[in-house]
Design a protein. Sequence first.
Length: 73
Amino acid sequence: MSTTSRELSQSFRADLMNGLLTPVLHLVRADHTLSLNIRNEYMNICYRGGNLAKISRENGGGYTFEFDQITGM
């Protein structure tokens, strides 16, 4: 049985709460159709259960946003 870590580093968490990623947090909190799912050193933003974007921390301290293609709309 494998266990999955669902946590962010202290610096990632700080950027989410009071830094570069704070606008993302505010956007998700303001829209009841979005959810923010924390994984091991990355987050997913989901829309009604489907993944929209993955936000990962880069080694240099920046972030990468990967967006999923939405079909059927």
